[in-house]
Every structure is written in structure tokens, then in C-alpha cells.
Design a protein around this ligand. Structure first.
Ligand code: SF4
Ligand code: SF4
Length: 84
């Protein structure tokens, strides 16, 4: 399992600061930060600690199994961000 961020994310970076393994990107110092519509969780690097959930003011990060039905596409969107 991993976590995934959906499109209600406002890029306030609270989850980046909370994540112990730095698996949420892009970070503000990465080149595509400004153009990214929201942040993404690396599906292999995420250790399922859940630290990103309580710090998110917009309820935009979920365990993949709990992503709302109308937002399931973002599981793949998160994974695809890291494909290259
Ligand atoms: S569950 Fe933990 S490891 Fe995974 S993205 Fe959230 S803070 Fe990072
Ligand atoms: S804490 Fe929530 S709103 Fe803020 S950047 Fe992370 S997922 Fe987006």
C-alpha cells in the first residue's frame, strides 16, 4: 500500500514537512514545482506511516485503499508522476 494525493491539494507543503522519508514531490526547490497542479506521493518510497494525513488542511491525502471513489484516478496520477 501507499498513500496518494488528490487534486484538492493546495500545495501548502505541510505534508512535505511531515514526511519522514521525503517521498512527496515536487518540493519547492524542484523545477516543476510551480507548474505541478498538486503534489504526489512516490508509491514505492512511501512507508505508510500516515504522518501526512493529520497535517493536511484540505483532506487531500489518503491511503490508496481509501481514496474516494470519484478520485481513484489520482492513484495512477501519483504513480505516473515518478515514471521516467
Ligand atoms: S504516509 Fe508517511 S511516508 Fe507516506 S507520504 Fe505520508 S508521510 Fe510520507
Ligand atoms: S498537506 Fe495537503 S494540501 Fe498541503 S501540500 Fe500536502 S496534500 Fe497538499
Amino acid at each position: 500500500m501507499a498513500y496518494a494525493i488528490i487534486d484538492t491539494c493546495t500545495k501548502d507543503n505541510h505534508c512535505i514537512e511531515a514526511c519522514p522519508v521525503n517521498c512527496i514531490h515536487p518540493t519547492p526547490d524542484e523545477p516543476d514545482y510551480e507548474t505541478a497542479p498538486h503534489l504526489y506521493v512516490h508509491p514505492d518510497d512511501c512507508i505508510d506511516c500516515g504522518a501526512c494525513v493529520p497535517v493536511c488542511p484540505t483532506t487531500s491525502v489518503f491511503p490508496v485503499e481509501e481514496v474516494p471513489d470519484d478520485k481513484k484516478e489520482f492513484i495512477e496520477v501519483n504513480a505516473n508522476y515518478f515514471v521516467n
